[in-house]
Design a protein around this ligand. Structure first.
Ligand code: ADP
Length: 486
């Protein structure tokens, strides 16, 4: 990890207006490796005043950046993309050190995160206005798209790289500037991205990273400062609601990627091997700490036992450990609080009659915040795991007996982000996909995210879509021009 310092990628100061800065009062906070409990860095702990300053500088930068051509912005984004991919291994090492996910997954996240930069470098050049049919011969009507202005982004620790590139790339492509507050658990990936943006030649003030443990005060500034014109957030639904309320005071544009409670519906006719592989990926990636993670595996009663057997064998084969070690597939949870929260959910399900199959014996030499992969069978829909986001390697398996019941169980939640179904019947695929109250449906597939798709949720899972040909629109305002007197 520390070898990365020589490459100048391990940054611990905040990045404001092209400069690496300490907090004015010199305050810092520590970053720990969740796999070992060791401190890996101390970062500048900025205040709301310093966030305000960054917003002002970002607004100054916006005045020039908005006037650049799309082609120019595209070429800078392209350069940033190339630098991220050239440094993929070092960035993956930083990511695993501060977040814990297996190195293989970190490499995947860097490539996935970079794909958004590449995609929006290309989309930058494809943001068109319209010429509208006129309503009278002396007028011509058209629309143009313009960047909204300074964007503030608040990002989580579970995807410390991809959640930043998914927001910063469309913002920059559209001609906006951005002030990013990464999660205090994982600031190093954000700062490394900022360094690469600097090396790519992205002008001072266009990207700023405010590292801070004062999430409330800094969050308040980022959502209420009148210079900020758009707030984009990925994180929990309760925090999203606070930010929405705050942003409403100055009627800012908002994008919210909030919590999920993804069902995996396994129908009687499903290929159970394929379904078990899909559920395994959807449940255990990032140690279960993904908003699209399978939260409820809901299996038809006629194939329930067989599915549980196949799934259990696959879970047992997963290797848990420090993510930097060869072959490790599941790392630790982000911290001890997460371990306690996941355990409380597991115990509650057992209190309500579920049976726990603890597939792994934790290795005594592991000192970090590890939790053993656990399968829960015969779980009651009254258990908290049915309605709450687990965010850990606990896989509850529920039962259903008819399509109507399966769909009703899947929809019985305030969340609506990702859902997955396993069936070979085309009629069922269409009907169930249409009935599911979710922003995304994986059909015989659980690896569904990509730069080209509109990622996002309905109900209390959020507002707006990230990525895809629609992803730029959230960072632009459409302006109508009426040319008269002809
Ligand atoms: P998670 O469960 O992923 O930690 P959170 O919603 O708590 O989700 O955190 C996501 C991001 O929101 C992090 O950057 C965190 O620091 C920030 N955050 C948490 N609470 C607040 C708040 N009250 N105001 C602004 N930002 C916050």
């Amino acid at each position: 990890m520390i070898e990365i310092m020589q490459k100048n990628l391990l940054k611990t100061q905040a990045f404001v207006d092209g400069e690496w800065v300490d907090a004015d009062n010199g305050k810092t906070f520590d970053v720990y490796n969740p796999a070992t409990g060791e401190k890996i860095a101390s970062c500048a702990d900025l205040s709301a005043n310093e966030a305000q300053h960054a917003i002002e500088r970002s607004n100054n930068a916006f005045v020039k950046w908005r006037k650049t051509t799309a082609k120019h912005r595209a070429s800078l984004l392209r350069k940033w993309y190339e630098l991220v991919m050239e440094n993929q291994e070092d960035l993956a090492q930083i990511l695993t050190a501060e977040q814990g996910k297996a190195l293989l997954e970190s490499r995947g996240e860097i490539a996935y995160g970079a794909s958004y930069i590449e995609w929006f470098a290309e989309e930058a050049k494809r943001s068109y206005g319209d010429v509208l049919p006129t309503v009278s011969d002396d007028r011509r009507l058209l629309t143009i798209k313009q960047p909204v202005g300074v964007v503030s982004a608040i990002t989580p620790w579970n995807f410390p790289t991809a959640m930043i590139t998914r927001k910063a790339s469309p913002a920059l492509a559209a001609g906006c500037t951005i002030v990013i507050k990464p999660a205090a658990e994982t600031p190093l990936s954000a700062l490394a991205l900022a360094e690469l943006a600097r090396q790519a030649g992205i002008p001072d003030g266009v990207i700023n990273v405010i590292t801070s443990t004062n999430s409330r005060e800094v969050g308040l500034e980022l959502t209420t400062n009148p210079l900020v014109k758009k707030v984009t957030f990925t994180g929990s639904t309760p925090v999203g609601k606070i930010l929405l309320t705050q942003a409403a005071q100055t009627v800012k544009k908002v994008s919210m990627e909030l919590g999920g409670n993804a069902p995996v519906l396994v129908f009687e006719d499903a290929d159970l091997e394929q379904a078990a592989n899909g559920a395994l990926f959807a449940k255990f990636r990032n140690c279960g700490q993904t908003c699209t993670c399978a939260n409820r595996i809901i299996v038809h009663e006629n194939v329930y036992d067989e599915f549980v057997d196949i799934f259990t064998a696959k879970v047992k084969a997963l290797k848990q450990g420090n993510g930097v070690e060869d072959g490790v597939e599941i790392g630790p949870l982000i911290n001890e609080k997460a371990v306690n929260d996941v355990n409380a959910l597991m115990e509650d399900a057992c209190d309500q009659g579920a049976t726990a199959i603890i597939t792994h014996q934790l290795d005594d030499t592991l000192k970090g915040s590890f939790y053993p992969p656990t399968i829960l069978t015969n779980v009651s829909p009254k258990a908290r795991v049915f309605s709450e986001e687990i965010f850990g390697p606990v896989a509850p398996i529920f039962k259903f007996s008819s399509d109507e019941e399966g769909i009703a169980l899947a929809n019985d939640t305030e969340y609506g982000l990702a859902s997955y179904i396993y069936t070979k019947d085309y009629t069922r695929i269409w009907k169930v996909s249409e009935e599911l109250e979710y922003g995304m449906v994986g059909i015989n597939e659980t690896s569904i995210a990509a730069d080209v798709i509109p990622f996002g949720g309905v109900k209390e899972s959020g507002l707006g879509r990230e990525g895809s040909k629609y992803g730029l629109d959230d960072f632009t305002e459409m302006k109508y021009l009426c040319m008269g007197g002809m």
